[in-house]
Ligand binder design. Sequence first.
Ligand code: AMP
Length: 447
Amino acid sequence: MSFESLGLRAELLRAVADKGYSEPTPIQIQAIPLILEGKDVLGGAQTGTGKTAGFTLPLLQRLISTAKAVKKGRRPIRALVLTPTRELAAQVHESVRTYGRHLSLKSTVIFGGVSINPQKQILIRGVDILVATPGRLLDHVNQRSVDLSNIDILVLDEADRMLDMGFIRDIRKVLALVPKDRQTLLFSATFSDSIKKLANDLLRSPTLVEVARQNTATETVEQVVHPVDKKRKRELLSFLIGSNDWKQILVFSRTKHGADRLAKQLNADGITSSAIHGNKSQGARTRALADFKAGEVRVLVATDIAARGIDIDQLPHVVNFDLPNTAEDYVHRIGRTGRAGNEGEAMSLVCVDELGLLKDIERLIKREIPNVVIDGFKPDPSIKAEPIFKGRGKQQGSRKSGGKKKTSARNSNNGNKRPASKGNSSKQGQSKKQTQRSPRRSPQGNC
Ligand code: AMP
């Protein structure tokens, strides 16, 4: 299947060729012709499937085909893309600019955490496409710098996350302001009852296009669990990064405080790291992401919300320093790697307290994740599980890493006698670890 056969115009095909895409992804093959026809689409696709181009390319084509000459005054906003986070908004807007580079459409992005006035200046000049997070969009509506009465196409990207983040009221307020006679596209990685209800209210006879459902999204990602005591997680992480010479690693932390602490500790270990989370200013988040993308910072430690939508081509390693509280977040997290057919590796450092969370994840993805104990990091079986403490509170000290742990990790026998669990072969770098698969669900020490 080629991009040409999807019915896209020459300017868009040129932009796609400039990007180096040779063929459309499955979501693009399904969604592009439908959107070009003007249909409402309910898209079951998570980040990494190529969904952004899947809605942006036909959206641009529809806008350019129906563009009217603007006689006087500013051009009306005709397409609105709502996203849950600032990072995703910025990335979607980047896609709009990239794919629309040979067209004469204007676009901008608005999100909170930065001054509103420069955004107003751009809006006053008029844009065809507006990418926005819901809160800042409503601020602009209230200050009359945005008029939504000419919207022809409304896109809700990562709608499940918007609901998780409590944006439902804001979304409903926006819906009251856009014309009823419009085309609506809703993308979501998961289809909870609340998403189905929202889709029902929003879409008119939508066509469902679905790829890489939440329980199959993980095919290009090699997943592994490394059992370890909680107090040795940081030490193990430093060891894995150092011994495998990983260059670009996205690490997930359950809490903002934990993310900051971990980044600090990794820096102290000589591994350049930054943390991004909701308490950081937009400037600091953008800088951290840019440094990470440019390879100036080796590790980016992120909370779930801050990492949402981070789009880095071929991100090879994702580490779950803590397992997320919900199994769906695990799928979102590992979706950061293995994108658009590239292979990726997702490791989870799991302590005994987290075995229940792990079970939930395996139930959701419908498979057991291979369990690999790293030599020298075998959990202490005498330590009992404790309830997971969500939020801030007691912290356990972690030892500094040093040369000793590497030596012991390489030379010691971890004592597990059971054979490897099936289905996961060691990848590059793993051979260095001299690992052994552990039996499933044996008590593995306290977190
Ligand atoms: P998305 O799911 O929209 O976040 O896209 C994930 C990644 O896939 C982005 O880095 C895109 O640049 C890339 N991508 C989108 N479409 C294609 C394609 N047809 N071929 C190769 N890469 C693509």
